[in-house]
Design a protein around this ligand. Sequence first.
Ligand code: HEM
Length: 455
Amino acid sequence: MTIDSQSLEAGHICLSIVAVIILYAVLLIVFVTYSLFFLLYSHVPGPRLCKLSRHWVTFFDLRRQRPEKVAEWLVKYRLIIHVALVEVSIADSFAMRDIYSSSRRHEKSHYFDHFMTHNERSISADIEDRMRGWVVAVLDRIERQLACTESIDIFPLFSHFTWENFTSLLWNNARFNLPPVYKLGKLIGMVFTRFRNTQRISGAASDLNIPLNHSLLRRLHELEYVDGKTLSSDYITCGVLDNLHAAQATVTVSLTYVLYYLSRNAEWQDRSMEEIDGLPKEVDGFPSFATINAAPILEACIRKAYRLNLGSSGRAERAISFGKKYAGVFLPENIIVSASTIAFHYNATVFPSPSMFDPNRWLETSPEQLRTQGMMFIPFGYAARFCLGKAFATLEIKPPVAALYLRYSTHVDESTGMTTKESMRQAGTQDVLLKRFKMRHSFRKAYLDDRESTS
Ligand code: HEM
């Protein structure tokens, strides 16, 4: 090959490369222009990168910062913003009430397919006495731990408590019926196969040692439609697993934060203690659930904790079935919408100094302000697909908190350096667990001792 033909060939290669680069540049310009200005939803405000690629929000997903980031964008841009190609997030209460209302019937988005099991999507008694037994068991455990140490790591304790509660509700006794589930918890994704699930669940359902009215699972198996058909085993299994996911982390996280805020706010801890102490007691020494549930100070403190830290991720996505204008922004059919719980709960107009723990907001407030706050307060979702487990969650949260403060006062153990702002930061987009589970509370018997010495 001569030098001329070699340089000619090199020239061709260069030209081809330049042509490819130009082609890509043109395609990129067309793509960017089309995405930013001509798509059906390009008028929705929001970060430009979110309009170009769904990976920008995924980047925050991977860093476990999605809920905070979306709330931040909502403050920066508007009440309705673009977060990914066909996804928007909202912080407008009228839009939220309309989109989530029962009459609209907007379907949950494909995001919820993540929680499918056995190829099914889930929809998702007298239990007070049993709950009191579990509360006593937790107190006993605290008592035993306090015999050896001054401080207790409360998060794993609550995590076991909520797991036990919910598996008990389903199977009556998880330890007895499902010991392998305990052991294989960490490997669940890999080894929990259809066959094993079905086998265990039908085994638990047919266990005649469990009274019918103590097993939701058996009730589900025995349920019949008017035409005599029963629910499929896959459908029941999926519902069971979905509820386990929904029931455990949410309550554990909520319990942990309720105690955290009460431990950090001595005044509110004292007021709650005084209130609980003044409630009439049953024979076991604890107030009834009805009286605990009606105690306004405890309720206000718990609400405050729910507002400041989410129990659930807030990815309550809906695929809207028809286009409509909300807060001046038209949202076309099929776009995915979710309300940002953080943006609602930290709305500074409705909750001035939103990061402050101030239960008075729910106690010494005008009816009008209470109504406005209520409209922005959505820890358990809203309307059509409102949390099915709220009543059970309340039963799991209020009695143990009341029982604890009847016996102990608490404070955050600063000495170990384990509880820091960072360790208490919630991270995640499917769950909202603390980043590190290292919160410690010190349970001191001071209050009990005081009472004993004065009695
Ligand atoms: C403090 C604890 C809890 C919080 C903060 C919480 C929060 C939520 C939220 C925000 C939703 C709505 C999701 C959406 O709109 O897409 C929801 C739905 C749901 N929750 Fe909870 N939850 C809690 C405890 C529980 C418990 C203990 C159970 C089970 C016993 C449970 C079962 C469910 C189910 C089955 C749904 C789906 C309802 C549906 O799709 O129609 N949750 N929860």
